[in-house]
Design a protein around this ligand. Structure first.
Ligand SMILES: [Fe+2]
Ligand SMILES: [Fe+2]
Length: 214
């Protein structure tokens, strides 16, 4: 599948309207083990979201093929975070409530939708926005890195590139799923990003937490 819109040329960071609060990265690094547990669950949720979209659209070969690749990446990321946790003597535990993703899905459900923006387009764009924010946060971790663990640092460098790729793949798939209606997809992405900015601001106002989207 080729990018029709040229998303790959678009700056990832330009997708997000609100930068992460400066207090987030130091808080996340200071509680890296809590952060890693949350991160593992984020990867697992990204894999299961891709697999659930495959199950809902089994006859669409383009969607199935692209999301199998994405789910494989996310499951491998999950496995690697679990390995980092095990190396620190930690188990997965039960995740904290993911307010960010829950609020983003709620906001998407409340936004009026054009016909071309079907539920598949919407779910792909919501997933794309989550990838963009994760990517921004991994970069912030790297910029503020204070942990004595080179392997973990290298892992976040690798993830930064991989989650940016997922953002582009999901945007391309949303465009495909809309039947190539670029302006509708761009407008929907902009609306979702605006909602996401409000959610991130509200979460930051409650105090930064050591979670990927906290
Ligand atoms: Fe991932
Ligand atoms: Fe991803």
């Amino acid at each position: 599948m080729h990018s029709v819109l040229g998303w790959s040329k678009a700056s990832l960071m330009l997708c997000l309207k609100v930068p992460t609060d400066p207090s987030w990265a130091p808080a996340a690094l200071a509680a890296i083990e809590t952060m890693l547990i949350d991160h593992a669950h984020c990867e697992l949720k990204a894999a299961s979201n891709a697999m659930s979209l495959i199950a809902r659209h089994p006859d669409d070969g383009v969607i199935v093929k692209a999301l199998i690749e994405l789910a494989k990446d996310e499951l491998q990321h999950f496995e690697r975070v679990v390995t980092f946790l095990a190396g620190r003597g930690l188990s997965l535990r039960t995740p904290e409530v993911d307010t960010y993703a829950a609020e983003l899905r709620k906001s998407a459900g409340r936004l009026p939708r054009d016909q071309e923006v079907n539920s598949l387009v919407d779910r792909l764009l919501v997933a794309a926005v989550i990838e963009a924010r994760s990517c921004e946060r991994f970069k912030l971790l790297l910029d503020h890195w204070t942990i004595d663990d080179d392997a973990l640092r290298a892992f976040y460098q690798e993830l930064f590139a991989c989650e940016a790729k997922h953002y582009r793949v999901l945007c391309d798939l949303a465009l495909y799923a809309s039947g190539g209606r670029a302006s509708k997809v761009e407008a929907r992405l902009a609306a979702l990003v605006a909602c996401e900015g409000q959610i991130v601001t509200a979460i930051a106002n409650n105090g930064s937490r050591a979670t990927v989207h906290g």
